[in-house]
Design a protein around this ligand. Sequence first.
Ligand code: CA
Ligand code: CA
Ligand code: CA
Length: 443
Amino acid sequence: MVDLLVESTTDARAEARGDSERNSEASQARSRLLDESGIGSKQSKAIPNRYIITMKEKPGIAPGAPADQGQMDSLAANLRFDPRSRTDTIVFRHALSGFAATLSPAEKRLIESDPNVLAVEQDRVVSRLPVKRSLVATGPSKELQPGVQRVEGHLSATANAPGGVDATIAIIDTGINLNHPDLNVVRQKSFVPGVATAEDDDGHGSNVAAIAAARKDGHGTVGVAPGARLWALKALDKDGNGSWSQIIAAIDYVTQHADKVDVVNMSLSDTEQSKALDRAISRSVDAGVTYVVAAGNDARDAKVEAPSNHPRVLTVSAITDGNGRGGGGANPACEPDEVDDTFATFSNYGRNVRLAAPGVCIEAATKRDGNNVDTYEVMSGTSMASPHAAGGAALVRARNKGATPDQVMNTLINEAKAQNDPVYGFTGDPDGYPEPLLNVKNL
Ligand SMILES: [Ca+2]
Ligand SMILES: [Ca+2]
Ligand SMILES: [Ca+2]
């Protein structure tokens, strides 16, 4: 547990305004943070009687190809259990051959005994990463915020292409504010039971989406890949919670449409591993999709969390920046404990982390507020670092549609700046693996 995650924070501008309404806003922000105080150390929670079933696959199934329906048929015939006939069952066909279902103990035993079944795993609650928030009543003071400036997003020729960046980023998260003027949401789908749309009712997904892809239009903020197409894939609910099976369902959907999706961002984690999740990510990467994920906010080795420990994703740690430049001396206002141009105190680390990006006091879009869709919030966490890199990955793909996930990741790492770079570097990385800082100037 990291103290930073439970401390209160206030927006300097809200404080400066000083009237009671603003103070009440600041106080609301504080209570929201306190509400989230336990998330960083929350133990993984099993979902009772809910399981993820992975079927054996015949060798040679192409990545992204539908799972073998014959196996489903044989399961239905052998066990008189047809996963396709139940309303609470999710069938995976593209990133995984299998399904998630609520099973009685007898059904579970029967399924485990079927020779077509590879594994039966407990389904678990998974959550977006906790973030510290400061409400912002007015829009941003300038469109180019320090985070995007620090990675030189404004200097990228691809980012400045007229009409927006020609790439698609799927945000697997709490949804996206679908009508926010900064966000080019072209597709939305909910994987949360009982929730019909991917409208963001939490705020986290909208902020992540805007960091990656807010439009360059003289309004609001600008993302690393301005105007890139966004897919809002809502797998987490209004409290930021979902399940591995909902996340896998979103990955399955991405894999089904792998020809249309360039990059996926996942700013979420759990301490319990899922082999089905690992398999689904691998198969989706095989289908050509680059996955960018947050390292996590527990100030520990990212290897103990999923999906940040997956060998084929780009895992991103967070640094602090207050002025869009290296050299220090400009601590951001919203986090008194964080120091300009140093590794964020809450960020996970370790050899799985391949890249660093700004993740402290990042101002960008949030969920709608009643009828007002033009809303902004300041958030801190590796959740905010990851979408800077996802935007970078979108720039690589906009320039080279044929780039494989490995090529996309290697390009980002090769173009990044060394920690000891005299102009762009940062200090305080706690491990022996000095991941470089994202830089997209030449992308
Ligand atoms: Ca904008
Ligand atoms: Ca700085
Ligand atoms: Ca490191």
